[in-house]
Design a binder for this molecule. Structure first.
Ligand SMILES: Nc1ncnc2c1ncn2[C@@H]1O[C@H](COP(=O)(O)O)[C@@H](OP(=O)(O)O)[C@H]1O
Ligand SMILES: [Mg+2]
Length: 276
């Protein structure tokens, strides 16, 4: 890991640095291990990236709590058992890093695919009535940015200009929500399947698509960093019933979301309401 005085970076710069570092490790792992055993590669990817990020967070942000997909008990709904002992420190901490060390794990394990990502978000309790995402970065290590280095999007990316033509809606490649094909047909849109929640949200920001609709299951780490990037670019991000996305809850399940260009939010929420 780079010994570069990272403790002095501000939180946003640190999030982008960490997403980049994890991406370098994941790219090296893919090259070393190869694709013959997909399960072994997925497992190794989750572990290598989680370990790297946990070590860096413990070193450079030791006072902060962490919620990572790869932690023990990460999926546990503490709300179901308020008397349970050993509640995680994130439930009282002011600052919580919400990380998905490898999003789009399936695509990571398939040769030639570049739709997988690293998510780093910082949620702060004191930043709003329900807390708020105050920093976020999505690394897409198999894609290249304008400077030729692996792509990392932060929360100050300018939104791409609007494009004429049918609405393009990003959907899960392997688990598209049941109602979305009817929705797409009903409003004359076009579905664009791709892997990784982070890649799909970033595709809205970069103008590859106009919206991303998901339902049926997801966790806070799947959307926290991507939503920080989308909100920073002025995009709409909410649950599919239009209610706010809230993070660092007792129950980390956050099963659905809509991210879209703001001019489409009203009509898409109404259409989702008709078709779901
Ligand atoms: N129905 C579901 N239940 C739980 N998680 C889901 C889900 N559908 C998608 N996800 C999660 O959302 C991320 C993006 O999925 P997809 O590529 O299908 O859009 C994946 O994260 P991971 O790769 O980190 O597990 C995946 O596990
Ligand atoms: Mg994920």
């Amino acid at each position: 890991m780079t010994e570069d005085g990272t403790g002095r970076l501000d939180d946003q710069a640190f999030a982008e640095w960490l997403a980049g570092e994890a991406g370098v490790a994941l790219t090296a792992l893919r090259a070393e291990q190869g694709f013959a055993d997909a399960k072994a590669l997925k497992d190794a990817g989750d572990k290598v990236s989680h370990d790297l990020m946990s070590t860096a967070l413990a070193r450079w942000r030791p006072a902060d709590a962490v919620l990572s997909e790869e932690q023990a008990d990460s999926r546990r709904a503490w709300a179901d058992d308020p008397s349970a002992g050993d509640r995680p420190t994130r439930l009282t901490a002011d600052r919580v890093w919400i990380i998905d060390p490898l999003d789009g794990t399936r695509e990571f394990s398939e040769s030639g695919r570049d739709d997988w990502a690293v998510h780093v978000a910082l949620w702060q309790r004191s930043a709003g009535p329900d807390g708020a995402l105050v920093a976020g970065a999505v690394g897409m290590p198999a894609r290249t940015g304008p400077d030729g280095t692996p792509l990392v999007l932060g929360n100050r990316v300018p939104a791409a200009p609007a494009v004429d033509g049918p609405l393009r809606i990003a959907v899960s490649r392997s688990r598209p929500p049941a109602f979305v094909s009817e929705l797409v047909e009903g409003i004359g849109a076009r579905a664009v399947p791709m892997g990784s929640a982070g890649v799909k949200v970033c595709a809205v920001v970069t103008g590859e698509v106009d919206a991303y609709v998901h339902a049926g299951g997801q966790y806070e780490w799947d959307s926290a960093a991507p939503v920080a990037v989308a909100l920073g670019a002025g995009m709409h991000a909410s649950r599919i019933d239009g209610s706010p996305l809230r993070y660092n809850r007792d129950d980390p399940r956050l099963p659905d979301l809509l991210v879209c260009r703001p001019e489409h939010a009203g009509s898409l929420l109404a259409a989702i309401d008709r078709y779901r």
